[in-house]
Design a protein. Sequence first.
Lengths: 331, 308
Amino acid sequence: MTAAQTSAHPLVAASGLTKRFAAPRSLSDMFSGHQPHVHAVDGIDLRIARGESVGLLGESGCGKTTTGRLLLKLTEPSAGSIAFDGVAIDTLKGNALTAFRKRAQLVFQNPFDALNPRFTIERVLAEPLVNTGVERASHSDKVEKALAQVRLPPLSRFEGLFPHQLSGGQLQRIVLARALVLEPDFIVADEPVSMLDVSVRAGVLNVMREVRATLGLAALYISHDLALVRYVCSTTLVMYLGKIVEQGPTADLLKTPLHPYTRALVNAVPVPRVDQSHEPLPIIGNVSDARGQPRGCRFRERCPMAVARCAEEEPPLRDCGQGRRVACHLA
Amino acid sequence: MASSTRGCRMAAPDMAARRTTVASGLASKLARLLRDPFTVAGLTIYAVLIIVAVFADLLMTHDPGEILFRANGRVAANQPPSAAYLLGTTNLGRDVYSQLIGGSRIALVVGFTAAICVAAFGTLIGLLAGYFGGKLDAILMRLADLALAIPFLPFAIVLAGFSRSSTTNVIVAVVLLLWPNTARVIRAQVLTVKERAYVEAARVTGASDARILFVHVAPNILPLTFLYGSVAIGWAILTEAAVSFVGFGDAKNISWGYMLQDAFVSQALSRGSWHWFVPPGLCIILVVIAGFFIARGAEDVLFPKLRS
């Protein structure tokens, strides 16, 4: 990550990225004309170098998916900026937007919902090429290539088949092949295997790792699954309530977590033993409300180590050597 | 990895066996439609209506507007059914059977034109409102509320009465008042379809709004359009009959509703001329019912979960 961060021109660079959603107003809000917001993503900085695979860890509702959607311009940020290959993406339109779409793709969480049920597999795979105006003569070659990359049989095997006629593992590879057919430089994989049976997860993950390595793709893996992140990501970011609380090389981060939240995540991984006697989690209560602008550290209400300073002052994300950064006063 | 490649290879042979096409999918749906006796009845009535309307010129024995005379030179008024006048004649000596056949044309034109317009207009508005949301949605849906608040028959009569009474006006009235039903249902469906991941997939792979709307969203809600279209056929025919019956129909076109009105004002009921007003009344009932039968059958195919 250090190397990537010092390089002048990362593939994806986001700074101060913020996304607010309007929250339902209470009666007193209506009288006072105040509009409360939920800060799904609150001022995060992110850099992904060419060919780098970054993991984004966090629990449900912490803003991981929104971050991924922002990076792909599927939703507009409330503040902050994103540069893709040195070009700001917020004003992209028309042909420039199409050019960006060709280079940045998304792999979906739920393969059963990500393919139009009325499209044949053949049409699903050619659709990105049609949308981006790639010349028709090259379509079948590109589709065959993408199928080979995800280790699926050639297109003739899928002739006339609809998505509902394939298995989950096959569908997720089709979803991956659809992302690859445009030969992108960057993919966001949002929980790419969470909907699959454990037995086919490894297969799909291996294909993704292989494809990424051979094509030199940069990737952002969004997940709550530590095992996945350890398996495929060189760098990991940990997100809590819209903020990045810790980042660093994956192996180090999972071995010696610095932030109390990361520590809790690592400790929460179940050990497959019958006589399991888990230490109680070093974490209290539930995720606090994302509405409003809380003062101090967001994690302090659940943190077993919180001190008075945590309530006063929001900890900045500071460097602590070896490419690691953490947002905690006590770490 | 090894396990999943094996899964792939194993699946390949029966992939070929399960190979289906859009055509065969439609055929199986049609086959299911045809198993329902109500749907078959509805389709049969429509088929007969279409055939009669197309070959009306050959089937009519007289000009429906012509005043007929008997051999002795007197007007052939109030004749009972006979070989010469299959369903008898009106009080002004016009052939009821020929009027009935001619009326099928008007029913067909009004019913199908109105149904197509309602389905097309309602679907388009529902698609736009649901997909783009925001101000456009608010404006279109308030318009729909307005149209729904207008009482149906009085509006049709006023429209026909104020402007020149013509079949076109009846169709316009039906479309103006029936599109909100279709638009609302389509909009609701669009709201759920547009949240599906495949719509986002289309966007991230560079599809334009128009392409997403018409290629990815619309085909997934089209069955509902057909459903509402088939219901609109019945409503349109019924409205035309009602408007004609109260005397605001197109006087040049002898429709079933006009026949009923003619019979009503000339006291056919008290004269016992059943042959005059029963056939058009039956025809209206049959055609309207046919629309609902088909809609019922289509519903069964579209929403299989409704079947008990």
